[in-house]
Design a protein around this ligand. Structure first.
Ligand SMILES: Cc1ncc(COP(=O)(O)O)c(C=O)c1O
Length: 345
């Protein structure tokens, strides 16, 4: 981790454009060109704004009902009406419901999101019949890969005319201080430059240092383990109002720090993947489509399993609250553990 912090410092001597170009080279896949943004949420907002049409149905977005609330929020801030579709126990889309909603509501955008390793519609997008169906209904698809940057290699190479994706560098696939971007054949205009006040810069640097050194800091503070015993659970919810979590036109371009962290982080993915296997080998998790590389896994919610040391010692992620009401979750009893390969304890 100290080497990580030292590399972050040294890479500041490279010009920002060099880092930018390297990330574009490393993260683009086929015709999906990587376009860096300030965060995953601002990437969603920029892409949503770019895809929005003029008529009423051109402003409808179909979003999974259970997802990080930031996803529907970014679309509604970009002027969309949000409709939701159901997902099953392992967070896969109920395709029949999606298809019915597409026919009935003619949405401009269909969003798939990889949550705890679910497939984010990537399997559906491999099917030629479903591709033809979506094309014929003129639906643009946004594949949210914020929780697993590796899945970008699974984007369908023959669908870049209507499929786009979003990545996040915000401490899910590797340590980061916000940061993210868009993968699209279209060039999405940058809606605004980051207003770099000294205060906002310092805040992001503090965030980055904290995240690079998190394991050491926790050790020094001798934080108690066994977070599963905490009883008054709240749901995960972002109001997206205060910097750096806000989504607005002033915070869309990335800082050099974020490009550096993404550059280093993307080189360390193999190391993090190897560490993920420690928990996965215990077989306590629910097998979602891509749980092997996901940043979080769902654990079978059975009695006694919670006493297993690997489960007790892990950081726990609260279930998602629903957009507009942080006190309600559609899956309040789910047990979700961090499995990023870094800062999991
Ligand atoms: C599925 C999903 N999409 C988007 C985001 C937003 O990413 P960021 O935190 O980089 O804004 C998150 C955040 O955790 C997420 O889980």
């Amino acid at each position: 981790m100290l080497t990580h912090a030292a590399s972050v410092f040294l890479l500041h001597f490279l010009p920002k454009q060099v880092l930018w170009n390297r990330l574009v080279r490393d993260l683009s896949v086929g015709l999906y060109t990587f376009q860096p943004c300030f965060s995953g949420r601002s990437a969603l907002f920029s892409l949503a704004s770019e895809l929005r049409g003029h008529g009423e149905s051109q402003r409808v977005a179909l979003v999974p009902e259970y997802v990080c609330n930031v996803v529907p929020k970014a679309f509604s801030l970009a002027g969309y009406k949000i409709l939701t579709y159901g997902t099953n126990a392992v967070l896969e889309a109920e395709w029949d419901e999606v298809a019915k909603l597409v026919v009935e509501t003619k949405p401009r955008v269909l969003v798939g999101a990889s949550i705890f390793g679910s497939s984010a519609l990537l399997f559906e997008l491999e099917d030629p019949h479903k591709q033809a169906f979506l094309r014929s209904h003129k639906v643009q698809v946004v594949v949210d890969l914020a929780q697993d940057i590796r899945l970008r290699h699974r984007l369908p190479m023959n669908c870049s005319d209507f499929v786009h994706a979003v990545l996040s560098f915000n401490d899910k696939s590797f340590p980061g201080a916000m940061g993210g971007g868009i993968l699209s054949e279209r060039t999405v205009p940058r809606l605004g430059e980051m207003s770099t006040t000294l205060e906002s810069c310092l805040l992001l640097y503090r965030m980055a240092i904290g995240r690079c050194l998190a394991p050491l800091l926790r050790l020094a503070k001798r934080e108690p383990k066994g977070r599963l015993s905490s009883s008054n659970q709240t749901y995960e919810y972002s109001f997206c109002e205060t910097f750096p979590y806000c989504i607005d036109k002033q915070t869309l371009a990335p800082l050099k720090l974020q490009l550096i962290m993404a550059y280093i982080g993307s080189k360390l993915i193999g190391v993090f993947d190897a560490r993920k296997r420690i928990l996965l080998r215990r077989g306590l998790h629910l097998n979602t489509a891509f749980s092997a590389t996901a940043a979080y896994v769902m654990v079978k919610n059975e009695p006694f399993e919670h006493d297993v040391r690997e489960v007790r010692s892990r950081r726990r992620k609260a279930p998602y609250g629903i957009e507009g009401n942080s006190a309600i979750s559609l899956r309040p009893t789910d047990l979700i553990l961090h499995n990023k390969g870094f800062a999991d304890l």
